[in-house]
Ligand binder design. Structure first.
Ligand SMILES: [Fe+2]
Ligand SMILES: [Fe+2]
Length: 163
């Protein structure tokens, strides 16, 4: 039997990249809230709203990966039967790749708005650093998923349909 490569990769993704998002996103929400409360700026209010939307999209995305896609791939790889799911896997994977793109572009926009419209403060610097950390980590997170996890998942599904 071959090594459970899919399982090892997705476990590493969850314990590093997903854990980082779960730690940083709530902190960014809190910092943005404090920043906008004191600023009275329409662009900053909008950036806060946009961030909340992207955060909830990311959280749904992580949940779909952790509760459906990853467990299904792990089961297929180990030769056991995956739990039934309503999800159209190929469609969801394509949508997830679009979400990867969309999320990093949205975060870029949020970060530019803050840089441009928030008055200089320690909080502003801390917030921009936190967003930058998320964006940097997102690069390798997305690279692993788009270029390794998704192709492996598609192959596992194709193999299981051939049996
Ligand atoms: Fe992920
Ligand atoms: Fe993802």
């Amino acid at each position: 039997m071959t090594a459970p490569t899919f399982r090892i990769i997705v476990e590493e993704i969850m314990s590093t990249h997903h854990a980082l998002l779960r730690r940083e996103l709530p902190q960014i929400t809190d910092m943005l809230k404090s920043l906008t409360e004191n600023a009275d700026s329409a662009p900053l209010d909008e950036a806060q709203m946009i961030f909340q939307k992207v955060r909830s999209k990311v959280e749904t995305h992580l949940r779909d990966e952790e509760t459906v896609l990853f467990p299904t791939g792990i089961a297929l790889e180990s030769g056991s039967r995956p739990e039934q799911s309503e999800m159209n896997f190929l469609e969801r994977l394509a949508e997830m790749e679009k979400e990867h793109d969309g999320c990093s572009k949205t975060l870029d926009g949020v970060s530019h708005t803050i840089a441009e419209h928030a008055p200089d403060s320690e909080l502003k610097d801390k917030l921009l650093k936190a967003i930058e950390l998320v964006q940097l980590d997102f690069v390798s997170h997305v690279d692993k998923e788009n270029n390794t996890v998704h192709p492996m998942f598609i192959e596992l599904i194709a193999l299981s349909q051939r049996i």
